[in-house]
Ligand binder design. Structure first.
Ligand code: GSH
Length: 228
């Protein structure tokens, strides 16, 4: 199995696709296609049926879209940690993953993920206020906090993740959001902060972030940290 991913510091969807592969426990190789190069569009068009990544290549299948990839992998590895083992919890996990997949465009646009960046806070005043005051952004963040709180209340009593002790694909879907809240120093409720810390401290997330840092060192830390 072969997974095409983007630059690790900024590619939220390919981070999720990579996490799905890791959670499946199946063997896979990765290849990086940086999206900001002059020939990126042509390369994408040549390999990906939708012109988007992540792209999972398995035998004669070419699968794009993170949710489709996660579902395909789960069918290959139904005992894996991609989804919770309990049928009702699994339905709830698919529901919150789908909500992340289809919504939150305002926060995506205002606070792009950059795993290298730390938004500057000057004289104790967060300089992120302008971004957070863009239409819809605070509502998006409030909804994310509600999803985390209600999901953890219903399903999360056995551990720090959305569905308890196992980090599932639902957590993978929200990891880029957790990283945005940290990067842009967003003021969130104490329970949300506890979840952000648990999510971002998971070994798979740390492994992906270490990869982002390697790429930043290779490309130029300052340039990567300044993006977008
Ligand atoms: N809904 C898709 C979104 C995939 C997506 O937008 N991927 C971005 C990279 S993170 C992409 O391929 N962009 C192509 C481009 O910018 O030309 C998914 O879930 O995989």
């Amino acid at each position: 199995m072969h997974l095409i991913i983007g630059g690790k510091w900024s590619s939220t969807w390919t981070m999720r696709g990579w996490l799905a592969c890791k959670l499946s426990g199946l063997d896979f190789t990765t290849e990086t296609l940086f999206l900001s190069r002059p020939d990126s569009k042509a390369k994408l068009a040549a390999i990906s049926p939708t012109g988007r990544i992540p792209l999972l290549i398995h035998d004669d299948m070419r699968i794009t879209d993170t949710l489709a990839i996660a579902e395909y992998l789960w069918e290959l590895a139904p005992d894996s940690a991609i989804w919770p083992a309990d049928r009702r919890a699994r339905a709830a996990a698919r529901m919150v993953a789908a909500e992340m997949h289809g919504h939150f465009s305002e926060v995506r646009a205002a606070l792009p993920m950059n795993l290298i960046k730390r938004w500057p806070i000057k004289d104790g005043v967060p300089s992120n206020v302008k971004l957070l005051d863009r239409p819809g952004v605070r509502d998006n963040i409030a909804r994310v906090e509600t999803i985390w709180r209600e999901t953890r209340r219903a399903w999360g009593s056995s551990g720090p993740y959305l569905f308890g002790s196992h980090f599932t694909f639902a957590d993978a879907m929200y990891a880029p959001m957790a990283s945005r809240l940290r990067t842009y120093s967003v003021d969130i409720a104490a329970d949300s902060q506890v979840y952000v810390n648990a999510c971002l401290d998971h070994p798979l997330i740390l492994e992906w972030i270490a990869g982002a840092e390697d790429q930043a060192r290779e490309i130029g830390w300052e340039a990567v940290a300044a993006w977008p």
